[in-house]
Design a protein around this ligand. Structure first.
Ligand SMILES: C[S@@+](CC[C@H](N)C(=O)[O-])C[C@H]1O[C@@H](n2cnc3c(N)ncnc32)[C@H](O)[C@@H]1O
Length: 273
């Protein structure tokens, strides 16, 4: 995990900025409010695809008051802080020291008692059955997927819920067919071939940070949960709200046409099931 977490250290500022400002801006725009976050997101040109999962995830999390919640791969703590503000007792774990630093600073500014730890989702070092709810958003496109799922299930109590979001396998396997660099249409092939892919992201210092992730068919994300006695209770392919066009006009049309993300909610079933 270490080389991956160093990459996330380099991306922490920019990822958190997008998640924090643009996610709030997106929610504010949906609510019909032109807040400071909206003005800032438009000014800074923020608004990545990950925004579109936010309203769906918050709805799926439901009433979290009094619940023990783990945010596994919490990044800069966007969801952890929302969970704390809504009455949950939250632990956020992330492999990147920079992400955890940002998350702790935000929690301190908001005077929230959210706990954050640097740790590995594939080896959580937390006792079994500690959490009523486990959340892991946009983390599981990793090599050690099975180990991570084993850990998420292990630390969830029987009857507790696990909410994950992933890049949709369809969008990962569907490459752009181009003509003189102009995007024509997406071409889907080799859906079943599991493979490592690389994307290069630029951070605020204009450093180009290579980032590896994995393509796997959808079943690779569901089967390990089923084998560990979990049942699928919700599956969402989020679509962009029309206000997303203001934040990311370039991606809006594509997002409307094919799914980019998938949200899954599992329940760890009691032994009798
Ligand atoms: C795309 S970000 C998502 C952050 C946050 N969940 C969100 O939705 O804003 C992926 C995060 O997963 C973390 N991560 C990746 N692999 C990890 C692992 N094995 N253990 C802990 N964190 C990991 C990265 O450090 C990064 O912060």
């Amino acid at each position: 995990m270490s080389s991956q977490s160093e990459k996330w250290d380099k991306l922490a500022f920019i990822h958190n900025q997008d998640r924090e400002i643009a996610s709030h801006a997106y929610m504010d725009l949906i609510a019909g409010q032109k807040t400071k976050n909206v003005q800032l997101a438009l000014k800074l040109n923020l608004g990545s695809g990950m925004l579109i999962e936010v309203p769906y995830i918050l709805r799926l999390l439901g009433d979290v008051r009094g619940k023990e919640v783990l945010d596994a791969g919490c990044g800069g703590g966007f969801y952890s802080l929302w969970l704390s503000e809504n009455g949950a007792k939250v632990l956020g774990v992330d492999g990147s020291k920079e992400m955890i630093k940002i998350a702790k600073e935000k929690a301190a500014r908001k005077m929230l008692d959210t706990r954050f730890l640097v740790g590995d989702v594939t080896d959580l070092r937390i006792e079994d059955s500690m959490f009523d709810l486990v959340l892991s958003t946009l983390v599981l496109g990793m090599k050690e997927l099975d180990k991570a799922i084993r850990e998420l299930v292990r630390v969830t109590r029987n009857g507790g819920d696990i909410v994950i979001s992933i890049l949709h396998p369809i969008v990962i396997a569907a490459y752009w067919e181009r003509e003189s660099r102009r995007k024509l249409f997406r071409k889907l092939d080799d859906y079943f071939l599991e493979r490592e892919l690389e994307a290069v992201w630029e951070n605020e210092k204009k450093e180009r940070v290579p980032h590896t992730f994995y393509h796997r068919p959808l079943q690779a994300f569901t089967q390990p949960f089923f084998e560990k006695g979990c049942i699928l209770i919700d599956l969402i392919e989020p679509r962009p709200h029309k206000v997303y066009k203001q934040l990311n006009p370039r991606e809006y049309e594509d997002m409307k046409r094919i799914p980019h993300f998938m949200i899954l909610k599992f329940r760890k079933a009691p032994p009798s099931l």
